[in-house]
Design a binder for this molecule. Structure first.
Ligand SMILES: *Cc1c(COP(=O)(O)O)cnc(C)c1O
Length: 229
């Protein structure tokens, strides 16, 4: 059942991969005594075109993630026209000068990580009259090359966001590559508890099972759904 035999039909393959990921989410949720609807599957469709996305929409997937504002602007308006109940999540780094575009297009932003972006987002949301829920992205492995708020500055950034009327729904992280992610997920979960935040955006194709066991509410899965980029 799990060994989805590659078929000649890409749409069938996509539906099988989606069913497999959903089944894994249900199974791990049950193991961790969590309701499976407590975990939102964000299908990360970056670099994939409408022809790869459409089969997942047809199979019932409604939550998608993109990491570039421009790419999302090119792809999604047409897809949203045919399926209006799609929720679009921004999972990549966001430049402050793209804040207004991001607020206009996305339903959730996972990349609030610095005061300058906070100011730009608050202004854009106020102007658009649209409060977009945000995750504060944490640089959980303290990696120089990665985005995300330094751990020590998270409480201040969350407080600042709240006073700027930005709805902060949780914390997000991408743990360092090639090491066991569980300690990082556990740390993010503890930080969220300390902040009184319920949302935890953590877990990608390689580690979403571990992330769910440690409390993820949003898993961001690309490769396991769409194949390699
Ligand atoms: C690309 C990306 C993902 C999905 O990664 P996969 O390994 O393909 O599942 C998740 N989160 C972020 C921030 C990404 O950029």
């Amino acid at each position: 059942m799990h060994s989805a035999t590659p078929s000649a039909d890409p749409a069938t393959d996509a539906a099988l991969r989606l069913a497999g990921v959903r089944e894994t989410i249900d199974r791990i949720s049950a193991l961790s005594a969590r309701a499976s609807n407590a975990v939102t599957l964000v299908a990360v469709s970056k670099t994939h075109g409408a022809e790869a996305i459409a089969p997942l929409i047809a199979a019932g997937q409604r939550v998608f993630g993109e990491n570039r504002v421009q790419e999302a602007q090119d792809k999604w308006p047409a897809l949203k026209e045919t399926t209006p109940d799609i929720a679009l999540h921004l999972v990549g780094q966001l430049q402050s000068n793209k804040a207004a575009d991001a607020v206009a297009l996305f339903d959730v932003i996972h990349a609030l990580d610095r005061p300058s972006l906070l100011v730009a987002l608050a202004r854009a949301m106020h102007k658009a009259g649209r409060q977009v829920p945000c995750f504060v992205q944490v640089n959980i492995g303290a990696e120089a090359q990665k985005g995300g708020c330094p751990i020590a500055q998270v409480p201040q950034l969350v407080a600042q966001a709240c006073s700027a009327d930005i709805p902060v729904i949780g914390l997000m992280c991408v743990p360092p590559a090639d090491i066991e992610p569980a300690p990082y997920f556990a740390l993010l979960a503890k930080m969220a508890r300390d902040e009184g935040l319920e949302g935890l955006s953590m877990g990608m194709s390689g580690d979403y099972e571990t992330a769910i066991m440690l409390g993820a509410t949003h898993v961001r899965v690309g490769t396991a759904l769409f194949g390699a980029r």
